[in-house]
Design a protein around this ligand. Structure first.
Ligand code: ATP
Length: 428
């Protein structure tokens, strides 16, 4: 028998309620299949017998409720079995949410009671918020609900690239390899990876997203009853905490799930104690959640942007396009040069409006920036408009006044209005 080589095919037997935690290798995929029993990856059942190809650098767990045998082929960074997980408490939350969805469905005509649970998942960085959101969504979808996933975490981005707030209906359990289907996300571009770059702008976008969803829900009893799962940022102190409260209010949340932090939980319980229709629930963090330092996070952001252009399995080919400077109108939100004092009425103080639209002239500063293509028809709609997609600036020719960019597809952009922030990417 082959020894030592991590590429040997091997089998792992999992007892009930145990999980196999895996980090795939940095550069090679891992093949994995379910030989016996049943198992799931973050809430999505894996099909029996079929080999799954898991891309490099993925951290995940194969969990079984009743026992399973898993076969792996290929190297891993780490893999180990854990018999202590918080999965029972997570599925119990799912059961409660499911009951509320059924109740909402039973009274479709009443605007209040027809609303399913609106769940906000909060906790410090690396507490497993995205993972819990994903499990709750996949379990709900498995039962035929169409919950809406809202991602307010601009630092990583589960739905689209970092720097955005976004929402999308989840109609099927989320594919462990392909992730969230990108057919119809509603995306607002903030353009920075931390809200502190422009707190007011961030709040405006959260509000726009909430209002748009509210409108969609009013005409769709099924989405309404299915409710939402809202993933938030790991920034929970000071302004970060204010932003959590802002999100809870703006989305009229009814359930707050607090992962792994007593203090945050008691603070939220305290401020929300006068709202009988809001439940604050503390949940344990999974021991499997992998911590990521700033550098790893930054890398992950780069991979995420790469994925947007090249596909999760490197299966897409983006197009390089060249246009004249005059064909694009680029804007940024807030900041920028303020009116000089001399231009203001006597006694007035120059104030930078954080949500002001500022026209950006094209020069080489745009190189390596990721820009969003707005759906706006007029510049003054830009701040309140969602975006069609993103482009990546690969060259700015000042001499010929031409800009070269990468886009997911060829042809003209859906709009000439672009938004720029500080989101950069170095293709490698
Ligand atoms: P952020 O601070 O970026 O918002 P988070 O709290 O959302 O992070 P996750 O993204 O859910 O945390 O988890 C961090 C990492 O740990 C992810 O790569 C995730 O796939 C991995 N992970 C979560 N749970 C497990 C588990 N049980 N076994 C193995 N890996 C896991």
């Amino acid at each position: 028998a082959a020894t030592g080589g991590s590429t040997t095919v091997r089998q792992v037997k999992l007892d009930k309620e145990c999980e196999l935690r895996i980090e795939t290798s940095l550069d090679l995929p891992l093949r994995l299949r379910l030989l016996t029993g049943t198992a799931e990856i973050f809430g999505t059942e894996i099909p029996p017998e079929i080999w799954l190809t898991i891309p490099p650098r993925l951290k995940f767990a194969v969990f079984t409720w009743y026992g399973a045998t898993i076969e792996m082929d290929g190297p891993t960074e780490t893999d180990y079995t854990a018999d202590e997980t918080p999965m029972i408490s997570y599925i119990n939350v799912h059961a409660v949410l499911d009951g509320r969805r059924n109740r909402a469905k039973a009274s479709p005509s009443d605007s209040d009671t027809s609303q399913g649970p609106r769940v906000v998942v909060v906790g410090p960085t690396d507490s497993g918020k995205s993972t819990l959101s994903r499990m709750l969504l996949s379990w709900a979808a498995k039962q035929g609900w169409k919950p809406t996933f809202v991602d307010l975490d601009i630092g990583q981005g589960s739905i689209t690239i970092p720097g955005c707030v976004a929402a999308t209906p989840i109609e099927l359990p989320i594919d462990p390899v392909e992730g969230i289907p990108l057919e119809m996300p509603m995306v607002y571009f903030f353009g920075h990876v931390t809200p502190s770059a422009n707190i007011d702008h961030y709040k405006v976008l959260v509000k726009e997203l909430a209002q748009t969803l509210e409108k969609q829900f009013s005409g769709n009893a099924e989405s309404r009853a299915s409710g939402m799962v809202i993933n938030t940022m790991g920034w929970i102190e000071g302004v970060g905490y204010e932003l959590l409260l802002h999100a809870i209010d703006t989305f009229s949340a009814t359930v707050i799930l607090v992962l792994g932090q007593e203090k945050l939980c008691s603070m939220l319980k305290d401020v929300l104690k006068n709202r009988p229709n809001v439940d604050v629930v503390k949940l344990q963090k999974s021991g499997g959640v992998v911590s990521r330092n700033a550098k790893v996070r930054q890398k992950a952001r780069g991979y995420r942007i790469r994925e947007y252009f090249y596909g999760p399995s490197n299966d897409l080919s983006p197009h390089s396009n060249v246009v004249n400077f005059g064909d694009l109108f680029i804007y940024r939100i807030g900041g920028g040069p303020q009116a000089p004092r001399s231009a203001l009425p006597i006694g007035a103080e120059p104030a930078a409006d954080p949500t002001r639209l500022v026209s950006v002239s094209i020069n080489r500063d745009l190189l390596h920036l990721v820009l969003a293509v707005s759906y706006a028809n007029e510049p003054d709609q830009i701040i309140s408009s969602n975006v069609a997609g993103f482009i990546y600036v690969t060259d700015v020719d000042m001499h010929r006044k031409k800009i070269t960019y990468l886009a997911p597809c060829a042809g003209e952009l859906p709009s000439k209005y672009l938004i720029v922030g500080t989101l950069t990417w170095i293709e490698n």
